[in-house]
Write a protein that binds this ligand. Structure first.
Ligand SMILES: [Zn+2]
Ligand SMILES: [Zn+2]
Length: 281
């Protein structure tokens, strides 16, 4: 982040202290929770499962909706986010991973990498499929516009208390919980699959992130839109995507084992050998 972005992010954290001057009401708590859930959904369904992993297809219009919503979460634009996330899967928990608690410690993986200024301008070569859309490039360049508009909407809805609870508190909660996937979900939890990284499954994180806490499942099969595999592994995002598919808003929703594990098996075959799905490597 630029120095200005870093300062503003830190100031945003400090604004949470305003809750001591603006007492909560049930309406304000509901606004904060709704605002949190909307942006968390935009990050997990949009930035993560759609933009980073292309786990489903949709129209260009709904793609833009996902992009705008995600940008209101103060986690930079969709190209920046996806570029670093794709690198995370490629080099997970190695020295080239931007946020690995195994490599550079918990706090660097959690927020240090985001604030230290060295990850502002990733090469976008690994997100060319997204960068060909001018509207997504615009969002990445003008990431503050949707954020400021969203803050304005919260103020319009409930005045200054709405800004404090519906924007400051919920934005920071959403940011911190998202960052827990980079830090905690590679340290705390169980491992169902013997992936080459330290990813973990964690029910509490899954609850808070609408399904992203099944992170070991996800590293095992990153192209699947579904991350909770057992009936008790709650994955609200997948349920919502299933519904959107039924409504015709999205399509070709990737289920587990369609592409991910197939590719992993294929990757272990000798070079040049045909992959199990008949395609050549
Ligand atoms: Zn991970
Ligand atoms: Zn991922």
């Amino acid at each position: 982040m630029s120095a200005l972005s870093t300062v503003l992010t830190l100031v945003m954290h400090a604004t949470v202290l305003l809750v001591f001057w603006v007492p909560w009401t049930w309406q304000l708590l509901a606004l904060a929770a709704g605002s949190y859930l909307l942006r968390m959904w935009a990050i997990t369904a949009g930035y993560h499962r759609y933009f980073s992993h292309r786990a489903f297809k949709t129209s260009r219009a709904f793609q833009l909706v996902l992009g705008v919503l995600g940008t209101t979460a103060m986690q930079n634009g969709p190209l920046w986010w996806s570029s670093w996330h794709r690198r995370h899967h490629r080099y997970s928990d190695t020295a080239r991973d931007a946020h690995s608690p195994v490599q550079r410690g918990f706090w660097h993986a959690h927020i240090g990498w985001f604030l230290d200024g060295s990850h502002d301008h990733p090469s976008l070569a690994n997100v060319r499929d997204l960068a060909r859309y001018p509207e997504l490039r615009f969002l990445d360049r003008h990431k503050w516009l949707p954020l400021i508009a969203y803050a304005g909407a919260m103020y319009w809805l409930a005045g200054f208390p709405g800004l404090v609870w519906g924007f400051f508190v919920s934005t920071i909660a959403c940011l911190q919980v998202t960052m827990c996937i980079n830090s905690l979900a590679h340290v705390w939890g169980s491992r169902r699959f013997d992936t080459p990284d330290d990813s973990r499954n964690n029910a509490l994180l899954a609850l808070l992130t609408l399904g992203e806490g099944w992170h070991n499942n996800h590293h095992h099969d990153m192209n699947s839109a579904r991350q909770g595999l057992r009936w008790w592994e709650l994955d609200v995002t997948y349920a919502s995507l299933w519904l959107l598919e039924k409504l015709g808003v999205i399509w070709e929703l990737r289920r587990p084992s369609e592409r991910g594990p197939l590719r992993r098996r294929a990757a272990r075959l000798p070079e040049g050998a045909p992959a199990p799905d008949g395609t050549s490597l």
